[in-house]
Structure formats: structure tokens, C-alpha cells
Ligand binder design. Structure first.
Ligand SMILES: [Zn+2]
Length: 753
């Protein structure tokens, strides 16, 4: 997790989908006509495959009933082994159970599970078959949360749920959601005539059905319209009540405006942002679809959020519609092969930084800092000298599902920038990568099969001349170092090493003696197009006037708070007021409105520090979106503690022994004196803790009671937190050790301060 790195899908490699705007529109027109005639027809048009989805009462599984006309004596059904946007085998068929098939008279048909992903049904002369099966919905976990349900909302999509009929994936599909009438639904498919009194949606074929995740149940919803199209934000997840929905909407709207402006139009009927909201620094995570996205959303929204949204939204063109031919139509039984993921992912990422910059979301310095970060990532990997950008995606296999040795995200970002500069330089600024992107979109907008593998090369040559072809062959098809400095020099820039700084700090800056021609190219490349019609969202959606207080009186509020289980939020002293934010994230200013109450404009939240009878700060009363919660205080920063004599040296020795055991690795069946049962269970499955190997000394600093604050670690109620200085063979670090009321260690955190 690196909040600095430029956004990339956690589920790598967004590839292909066959849906397309004109077809979608055509389909909807068809359905309008169908509605007029349908009054006299039976509920299910003969050619459609109906999927009725019924969530279980406990919302933990789905019952899928699939009804279709049997065209042959035997019918083969398959579950996709992978799904577009998630580029690895998932073997979802393993989670499917209780599959049965019946004829139109309700008689049971014979079903054979012929191989892993395939079931074969003997139609036995029946014309219409109903297949019923159950499938669990994903529960939240660190790895799956962008695609998971929560206690109130059922979400599914990125993991395959629907079986398809072999050789009949092109038939139209109908989705009926058999849900209670008070449930909400967010799905990118267009509505059609209800079946069974339930909300019902239409997909032109199986690929489109499978590409549309569903969120249903109780979740928060926001809407906006752009270009006459409906856009829905569906917030679910543990922190859905603690995000600023208006600010999120403004970010999504900004991204929608600038990217539809870039490509000229919105090639979908509606678009859904399926958002999993959590407390914690911005994650890189999203799975793109043709008319929706599944994304993580951190409550602390900032530039990374805009970039993540810009990346996923750009994919609705570049990946879902602009796509290489070798990726479609889908064969769900094997992973597709293309060498174009540097373009599909990396160039998408380049534009997810360039377009928000162009429309005013951040300044030139920030844009160039992002570019430098990509350069560092590319140059930090020695495999670039052996594996070409093309092969980094072409050679993806079940064994190396994300990329083959070289990461095509930063590599594609840099290639996008280099081709952009090169095109501008060759044409005196008349042509750019924008032309290539729009030309590819023109080729793709009427939903043809994907383009040939060399189409990107062809377009580069078309706009920049024959020599662009040999540059493509060198940069994309061959391994080696990319001549980044040479390209930057064409727009008068260079990478400058900062003198006297450690860690290779550097910056991209203007070269001394830049020529007017270089200046003109630079200004053309990094021009801005800020317009009042597309205002960049501000960091804060609400402003509150600050009351005047002596900042020194705020010192007692500084320290750590636990905003969600195991997620630390810090309050520290800034120059004029307090600063707040996640322990590992950016900090933003708090505006004082009373001696103990502050406005946290970044989240449109009011935070009031609470104290006990002794005047000790015990937590925050957090008020946001008309709700409130208690955020317990963990304790002060190390620098504000005073060194105390150790009141119980024997206990410190026991803590040291526990830490030593964690460093060596614990086993759930071997009790460790002084370690809580929950911590023993969790640490035995996570393996030895590297930072605790070879402890030289453990020095007591201080200890504070947190009893009654409802802080839990590894299922143990924390009663006291002790602070230590830990010296190992390798490092000196500070530790916070979480203790139960029985004096058992139930967790620890390393802290810098
Ligand atoms: Zn992506």
C-alpha cells in the first residue's frame, strides 16, 4: 500500500468487454418496441435467457434460476474461469452448489458435472429448462472488499455468478432480481418490463450481463446527470456513513465531465459507481466495466481518489470499448493474450493524471512529480532490460497473472508520455497522443471486433510519420532502457538530482536555456483547459470560519485515535492549528470553532474532543452526515511522553519474551505465557514477525489506561497501552503494546513518534 504511487487497479489488467454504445442504444430501442407488443406475449420471450436472482434471507448467498429454451437434446452450461478486468483464473465453479435442472412440467432432469467448469443436462424432450443453483456472495476481506457485500447490501459482479449456455453467449439475457420491495438496486443495465413484479433488466448478450455488477439492499445512493445520462453512486461497506457523499459526487461528476469532453460523448445509457467505503489511506483498487466500476473509496478523499476515478472511468473507453481483437469475443475457459496492456492500463493511467491536470485538479509541479514517480518505478526494475513492454502483458499466464516480470502500469505511463512528446515534437505541436486515442475510439465506437495487435503502431505512424513505427518497435517491442531524458529534452525538461539530499531525491525541471520552440511544445503538452463548466472539485466542500484560540491550548488533543478497528487517525500540531488525518496518510487542517470542537472540512465533519472527570482526553465525538460516533483515543505521541522508571521490570521481561516468541513465530497449539488467545491464533497464521527478530533490549517508557474506551485487538478488549523502546540487531524502534485487563499482550504497533 503506497499512497504516493499513481493509481493502478488492484485487480490488474482491465481487458475487453464487447458492449458498446450504439448497440446499447439499439437494444433499448428494441425493448421499447418489444414492450408495445409484449402485452400479449408470455412473460419470457422465446429467445431470451432469463436469470432470476434471489438473495438468501441472511444475505450470504444467492439462488440463481436460469430459464431458457432447449435447442438440443443435451445442453452444456459453463461458469467462467476468469472474468474481464480480473486477469487470473478464479475457478468460481468451485463455489457453486446444489445445481438442479427441471423441465417445464417440473420434472427433474439428469445433470452431469462433466468437468470443473461444465455441467451437462439431458433435456429429455423438454422445450424449456430451468436450472437452479446456489452461490455464496463474497464477504469483506482485505483482498476482496471492492467486490464484497456488507451486512446491509448484497454486492456481486467481479466474481462470475451466472452460468452461460455453451455456444449461446450471444443470445439476449434478462435479469430478474427477486428482492423485497423496499430494497434499492444499482446496476448498469437498462430496465425492462418487470417479471413477477420484480425489477427486471435487459442485456444484449451474456458478456454484457456478466459485465454488470449488482448492488442491492440497503446502501447510500447519490445521483447526477451529465449529457442527459443517469450516474449513480452506490456507497456500501463499513464506513459508508462516514464519507462526504456530496464531495464524492463532485469528484465523480468532474471526472465524468472531463473525460466525456475528451472523447466527445458518453457511450453508455447509465453509469454506476459501486463504492466500497472504508476508513484508511487510499488504496489502489478498482475493477472496470463498460457501464460501471467496482472501487474502493477511502473516507479521506483527495487527489488519489480523483485519479482512481479518472483511471476507472477512462477504461469505459480504453479497455472496454477500445480493445485489441485478440481479446474478444471472450473465451472464459482460458486467459486471453495481448501485448497491448501497456496501452490499456499504462496509457489509461497516464491520462488519469494528465486530464485532471489539464482541467485544473492539480498543478504542473504535481503532474511532473507523478511522472518522476513512474520513472523511478520503471528504472527500479532490472527486468526491464530483458522483458519488453509488449511481452510484459503478452506473456501473462496462470503462473504470473498480473504482469510478466515488468509492470505495464508505470511502463505504459512513461511510454504514453514519450509518444505524446514525440508526436508533438515531430509535428510542431499539431498532433499528439490525444489524436491516437481518439482515432482508436473512432475505430471502436460501432462495436466492431477488437483491433489488430499492430493498430496502435499504425495510428502512431498515421499521426507522426513512418519513423514512429521504428520507435514503437524499439520502445514497445524490445527490452531495454527507455530514452526518457531524450524525450523530456524535446520539451525543454530534464531530471535534476537534488544536491545534498539522501535517497536520490530528484525533480523534473525546466532546462536552463530552453529554446522558444521547446517552450512552445511544453506549453502545448501541459496546457490547461480550466473552464467554469468543468470546475475541479475543491479539497473541501464546506467552509467554516475559524474562531481565534491560542494554538498552545490544543496540545492536549494531539496523539492517536482509533477511527476504525486497527486504523489509526492522528491529530498533531500544525503552524496555526491542529492537523488531522490517517497515521499513514496526508494531513489536513482542523478549524477551531470552540475550545474543544473543530471542523474537519476535508470530510465535512465536526469533531469534538471528549474528556473524563480528570480532564484527560479520552476520545472524539465525531459528527458527520447527521450521525455521530465515538472515536476512542489510543494515546499521545512518543515525543510528548516522559520517561518513567519501570514500575514492574518482571512484567517488561514477560512482554519481551512474548515479542521474542512472535519474532520466532508462534503456533496456535503452543500457549505463550502473556499472549492473548486471539493474538496467538492470528499471529500463528500470519507467520514470524520480522521486526521482532533478535531483540537486544526492551526499555519501558510509559503506560496509560484506556479501559472502557472499547478498543479491541485480536478479539481482546484493550485495557492498557504500554510504550517501549525496542532495540533489535537491525533497528531501534518505538512500540505500543496493547494489553488486556489480565495483562496479556493482544497486539502491538510500531510507531515513529
Ligand atoms: Zn486499470
Amino acid at each position: 500500500m503506497n499512497t504516493e504511487t499513481v493509481y493502478a487497479d488492484r485487480r490488474e489488467a482491465g481487458v475487453v468487454m464487447t458492449s458498446n454504445c450504439l448497440n446499447l442504444m439499439f437494444q433499448h430501442k428494441c425493448f421499447k418496441n418489444a414492450c408495445l407488443v409484449a402485452v400479449m406475449l408470455p412473460a419470457l420471450p422465446a429467445a431470451d435467457v432469463l436469470y432470476r436472482v434471489t438473495p438468501s434471507v441472511n444475505r450470504e448467498s444467492l439462488v440463481i434460476e436460469m430459464t431458457f429454451v432447449a435447442a438440443k437434446p443435451t445442453v452444456e452450461l459453463q461458469m467462467p474461469s476468469w472474468s474481464p478486468g480480473i486477469y487470473s483464473f478464479q475457478n468460481s465453479w468451485e463455489t457453486l452448489h446444489n445445481l438442479t435442472a427441471t423441465g417445464e412440467d417440473g420434472s427433474r432432469l439428469s445433470v452431469a458435472h462433466t468437468k470443473g467448469d461444465t455441467w451437462t443436462i439431458a433435456a429429455g424432450g423438454h422445450k424449456r429448462i430451468t436450472v437452479r443453483y446456489e452461490r455464496p456472495v463474497q464477504k469483506p476481506s482485505f483482498d476482496s472488499d471492492q467486490a464484497a457485500s456488507d451486512g446491509d447490501a448484497v454486492h456481486y459482479g467481479a466474481q462470475p455468478v451466472y452460468l452461460y449456455i455453451v455456444d449461446r453467449k450471444s443470445e439476449p439475457c434478462i435479469l430478474e432480481l427477486a428482492i423485497p420491495s423496499d430494497w434499492r438496486i444499482a446496476v448498469g443495465l437498462g430496465s425492462t418490463r418487470p417479471i413477477g413484479g420484480h425489477p427486471t433488466f435487459a442485456a444484449k448478450n451474456y458478456d454484457e450481463l456478466a459485465d454488470n455488477p449488482v448492488t442491492m439492499g440497503s446502501f447510500l445512493e447519490q445521483h447526477y446527470k451529465e449529457l442527459d445520462k443517469e450516474h449513480i453512486l452506490a456507497f456500501r461497506g463499513p464506513a459508508r456513513n462516514w464519507v462526504d457523499p456530496q464531495k464524492t459526487l463532485e469528484m465523480a461528476r468532474f471526472v465524468t465531465k472531463i473525460e466525456t469532453n475528451f472523447f466527445g460523448g458518453a457511450p453508455y445509457e447509465k453509469y454506476v459507481w459501486h463504492l466500497w467505503v472504508y476508513e484508511g489511506p487510499t488504496l489502489a483498487g478498482g475493477t472496470e466495466h463498460a457501464s460501471s466500476v467496482e472501487m474502493h473509496l477511502s473516507t479521506e478523499e483527495g487527489p488519489n481518489t480523483i485519479q482512481g476515478m479518472a483511471h476507472e472511468f477512462f477504461h469505459l473507453w480504453n479497455a472496454k470499448r477500445i480493445r485489441p481483437r485478440s481479446l474478444g469475443p471472450f473465451d472464459y475457459t482460458q486467459l486471453p493474450h495481448t501485448g497491448a496492456l501497456w496501452w490499456i492500463e499504462g496509457v489509461t493511467d497516464y491520462y488519469s493524471v494528465l486530464l485532471p491536470y489539464r482541467y485544473g485538479a492539480w498543478n504542473r509541479e504535481a503532474f511532473l512529480a507523478r511522472a518522476l514517480d513512474q520513472i523511478r518505478q520503471v528504472r527500479g526494475n532490472p527486468a526491464r532490460l530483458e522483458v519488453s513492454p509488449y511481452d510484459s502483458s503478452y506473456k501473462i499466464s496462470g503462473d504470473s497473472p498480473n504482469h510478466y516480470k515488468v509492470n505495464y502500469y508505470p511502463t505504459g505511463w512513461i511510454l504514453g508520455m514519450m509518444f505524446d512528446i514525440e508526436l508533438r515534437s515531430r509535428t510542431g505541436g499539431r498532433r499528439s497522443l490525444d489524436d491516437v486515442g481518439r482515432a482508436l475510439w473512432n475505430l471502436s465506437k460501432n462495436d466492431p471486433p477488437g483491433f489488430a495487435e499492430d493498430e496502435i503502431r499504425r495510428q502512431l505512424v498515421h499521426f507522426g510519420g513512418l519513423d514512429m513505427g521504428s520507435l514503437y518497435d524499439q520502445w514497445v517491442l524490445s527490452p531495454g532502457d527507455l530514452p526518457i531524458e531524450q524525450e523530456l529534452a524535446k520539451v525543454g525538461l530534464r531530471i535534476e538530482e537534488q544536491q545534498g539530499q539522501s535517497g536520490g531525491a530528484s525533480q523534473i525541471r525546466e532546462r536552463p536555456g530552453m529554446t522558444p520552440a521547446q517552450r512552445q511544445l511544453l506549453e502545448g503538452w501541459l496546457r490547461t483547459k480550466v473552464s467554469s463548466r468543468m470546475p475541479p472539485p475543491s479539497e473541501t466542500s464546506v467552509r467554516v470560519a475559524a474562531a481565534k484560540y491560542d494554538p498552545s491550548t490544543f496540545e492536549r488533543y494531539t496523539g492517536r485515535y482509533e477511527i476504525a478497528n486497527n486504523v489509526l487517525f492522528t491529530v498533531s500540531r500544525g503552524a496555526r492549528s491542529l492537523l488531522a488525518g490517517f497515521e499513514d496518510g496526508d494531513k489536513a487542517q482542523l478549524t477551531p470553532i470552540s475550545p474543544s470542537t473543530f471542523f474537519y472540512a476535508r470530510r465535512n465533519a465536526q469533531i469534538e474532543f471528549t474528556t473524563d472527570l480528570q480532564g484527560e482526553v479520552t476520545g472524539i465525538l465525531w459528527k458527520q452526515n447527521g450521525q455521530q460516533r465515538n472515536v476512542p483515543r489510543i494515546g499521545p505521541f512518543i515525543h510528548s511522553l516522559h520517561l518513567h522508571a519501570d514500575p514492574d521490570a518482571a512484567f517488561t521481561q514477560q512482554v519481551r519474551a512474548v515479542l521474542q516468541a512472535l519474532g520466532e513465530g508462534v503456533h496456535s497449539d503452543v500457549q505463550i505465557a502473556g499472549l492473548s488467545p486471539g493474538a496467538l491464533a492470528d499471529y500463528s497464521s500470519s507467520g514470524p514477525v520480522r521486526g521482532l527478530v533478535n531483540i537486544r533490549s526492551l526499555e519501558y517508557i510509559d503506560s496509560q489506561s484506556v479501559a472502557g474506551r472499547n478498543i479491541q485487538r485480536h478479539r481482546g478488549e484493550v485495557s492498557r497501552i504500554s510504550y517501549y523502546k525496542l532495540v533489535t540487531e537491525k533497528k531501534i524502534r518505538y512500540l505500543m503494546v496493547y494489553l488486556t485487563s489480565d495483562g496479556l499482550v493482544t497486539d502491538f504497533d510500531y510507531v515513529e513518534d
